[in-house]
Design a protein around this ligand. Structure first.
Ligand code: ATP
Ligand code: MG
Length: 283
């Protein structure tokens, strides 16, 4: 099984290498990178390219590792025991109240699957440690039914992180790591081509120029990323804004139109306006 890229996701050679390395090692691929650089979409793309089902597990601050394995629905069981009759007969088989989590579904699937554990850094610090054995051995024990669940096929696991918390060393040891570098101009051009085929070349050129200049401003609190550039381009097209309007080069250098798609807080907008103002005075 090898990932060779896809038509609607731009994967650089080093990213493809990392994906295939993780597949060969049969270890989870830990993907980091700025927000909006395609971490989540990577798992979706690989699953589609390899023709495997994708099981997604989106992590929140309250998510527990156990929920990925299974949950025991004690409330339903209690209700059934009180209702009696048809419901009451279900009560004795505890497996009626075991709800399978993402890992169990993947382990019991008839074909290999792709698992996405998205934004692992959102959970508390114990979360990754609690999954070490399951991800390593691909098995776990269900105490309620005294059953060992073992993966029929080892799933391909993608784990994304936005670096909000450090991950424990024991966890890192078990992963293959890849940092998605921010795309250079050329890669960004290909990403735009994938999303907006046939967009005017001059508009793309001017937009890229403004975008990368903006990212280079020192002291920006939140640099715009790929998904924000795509949003901005979509708006420019929808509003029919001509390429010349993006950078009024001479007298009236102005802040780019619809900059709300790119700059996400007022300090950054002020910073940018100040720079534009200074550039004007120096003229
Ligand atoms: N390499 C790429 N090729 C094609 N589209 C891309 C690429 N990178 C990013 N995008 C676009 O950017 C959007 C955001 O990507 P995605 O949601 O995967 O980012 P992310 O890294 O998971 O962000 P976050 O950390 O905020 O969750 C995607 O919907 C896609 O349209
Ligand atoms: Mg994401």
């Amino acid at each position: 099984m090898r990932f060779e890229g896809s038509t609607d996701y731009v994967a650089t050679p080093d990213l493809m290498l990392a994906v295939n390395a993780a597949i060969t090692l049969q270890r989870p691929l830990l993907v980091k990178g700025e927000p909006g650089t395609g971490k989540t979409m990577l798992a979706e793309t690989v699953a589609e390219a390899l023709g495997l089902p994708l099981l997604q597990w989106h992590i929140k601050s309250t998510t527990k590792a156990q929920q990925g394995l299974y949950e025991y629905d004690a409330v339903s069981r209690l209700r059934d025991s009180q209702l009696g009759g048809e419901h009451g007969s279900r009560v004795h088989d505890i497996s009626n109240y075991i709800v399978k989590g993402v890992l169990w579904q993947a382990f019991s699937a008839e074909t290999p699957t792709v698992i996405l554990i998205d934004e692992i850094d959102k959970a508390d610090i114990e979360f990754p440690n609690d999954l070490l054995r399951e991800l390593d051995r691909m098995e776990f024990y269900v105490y309620e039914t005294r059953e060992l669940v073992k993966a029929k096929h080892r799933p391909i696991v993608f784990i994304t992180s936005n670096n909000e918390k450090e991950l424990p060393d024991a966890f890192l040891r078990r992963c293959f790591f890849h940092y998605i570098k921010f795309p250079d101009k050329e890669t960004m051009q290909s990403i735009i081509d994938v999303h907006f085929p046939g967009l005017k070349k001059t508009l793309i050129r001017e937009a890229l120029e403004v975008f990368f200049e903006l990212r280079d401003i020192p002291g920006l609190k939140k640099k715009p990323s790929t998904s924000e550039l795509l949003d901005w381009l979509k708006l420019l097209v929808a509003e029919d804004i001509p390429p010349e309007a993006l950078r009024a080069k001479d007298q009236k250098a102005a802040i780019p139109p619809l900059h709300g798609a790119l700059l996400k807080n007022e300090q950054d907008v002020h910073l940018f306006e100040r720079l534009v103002f200074m550039a004007r005075q120096n003229r």
